[in-house]
Ligand binder design. Structure first.
Ligand code: ADP
Ligand code: MG
Length: 259
C-alpha cells in the first residue's frame, strides 16, 4: 500500500475523495481567444458525463486540460482530490490515472496490437512482460479483438483500432476515462461496435467523460449531460431533461440540427 493510501485510511473520514474529477473556475486562452470561461464541473465516482455542443465550443480543450495535455490559465482541476501538477513525476502518475481515447486512431503504427497495449504498463507501471501480456490479452478479449493481437494497426478496421485504443487506455487501470468523439472518424457501420464497448464500461461502473454527437449513446449511458457553447457550460441535467426540455436557445438550436 502506498503512503498515500495509508494516509487516506487513517484520515478521520476514512473516505475516498467524493469527486473523481473537479474543475473549479477554469479559464483558458489561446492568445486572445477565450476558449474556457469559468468552467465548473464535478464528476462522481462511477458517473457517466456526456458533453455535447457545437464545434469550436471548447469540448476537446476541456478534455485535454483534464489530463494536462493543455495547461490552464487560472482555476483548479483535481483528480480524485489531488490538484493537477503542472509538471514532473506527478504528471506521469496523473496521466496514468486518466485514460484518453481520441477521435483519430492514435495507435503506434509500427507496433503490434499486443505491444500497443503492453507498452505503457511495462514502462510506466513497471509490470513484467508476461503479466502485462496476460492482462492485455484479457482486455483485448473484453473489447472483442484478441484474435488480432499479433497484427499491426493498419491491418485492422477503424472500429477495431478504436477498441484497441480503449483496451490500451484500460491497461493503465485509470480512475477515469475521457473519450473525445471516439466514433466520429469511423465508417457508420463501425460506430456501434465502439459505442457498445463504451456502454459496457459504463455499466461496469467506470467513471467516464464522453464528448460525442451520438445521442442514442448519450440517452442510454449518460447520467448527466453537459451542454457547452462558446467556451461556457450553458446547461447541465439528466438526459431526459436536456433532450426533452432544453432551457437555452443555443441548446434548442443545437438539438434541432442533430436530432
Ligand atoms: P470543440 O472540441 O468543442 O470543437 P475545441 O476545444 O477543439 O472545440 O476548440 C475551441 C476553440 O479553440 C476553437 O475556436 C478552436 O479553433 C480553438 N483552438 C483549439 N485548439 C487550439 C490551439 N492549439 N491553438 C489555438 N486555438 C485553438
Ligand atoms: Mg473537439
Amino acid at each position: 500500500m502506498s503512503e498515500n493510501n495509508i494516509a487516506k485510511n487513517l484520515s478521520p473520514e476514512g473516505d475516498e475523495a467524493r469527486y473523481l474529477v473537479e474543475l473549479e473556475h477554469v479559464e483558458k486562452y489561446y492568445g486572445n481567444l477565450h476558449v474556457l470561461k469559468d468552467i465548473n464541473l464535478k464528476v462522481s465516482k462511477g458517473e457517466v458525463l456526456v458533453i455535447v455542443g457545437p464545434s469550436g465550443s471548447g469540448k476537446s480543450t476541456m478534455c485535454r486540460t483534464i489530463n494536462r495535455l493543455e495547461t490552464i490559465d487560472s482555476g483548479e482541476i483535481r483528480i480524485d482530490g489531488t490538484p493537477l501538477p503542472q509538471e514532473g513525476k506527478g504528471l506521469a502518475q496523473l496521466r496514468a490515472e486518466v485514460g484518453m481515447v481520441f477521435q483519430s486512431f492514435n495507435l503506434f503504427a509500427n507496433k503490434t496490437i499486443l505491444d500497443n497495449v503492453t507498452l505503457a504498463p511495462i514502462k510506466v507501471r513497471h509490470m513484467n512482460k508476461d503479466q502485462a501480456e496476460k492482462e492485455a490479452m484479457d482486455l483485448l478479449a473484453r473489447v472483442g479483438v484478441d484474435s488480432q493481437a499479433m497484427k499491426m494497426p493498419s491491418q485492422l478496421s477503424g472500429g477495431q483500432q478504436q477498441r484497441v485504443a480503449i483496451a490500451r487506455a484500460l491497461a493503465m487501470h485509470p480512475k477515469v476515462m475521457l473519450f473525445d468523439e471516439p466514433t466520429s472518424a469511423l465508417d457508420p457501420e463501425m460506430v456501434n461496435e465502439v459505442l457498445d464497448v463504451m456502454v459496457e464500461l459504463a455499466q461496469e461502473g467506470m467513471t467516464m467523460l464522453c464528448v460525442t454527437h451520438e445521442m442514442g449513446f448519450a440517452r442510454k449511458a449518460a447520467d448527466k449531460i453537459v451542454f457547452m457553447a462558446d467556451g461556457q457550460i450553458l446547461e447541465r441535467g439528466n438526459p431526459d431533461e436536456f433532450f426533452e426540455h432544453p432551457q437555452t436557445e443555443r441548446a434548442q438550436e443545437f438539438l434541432s440540427k442533430i436530432l
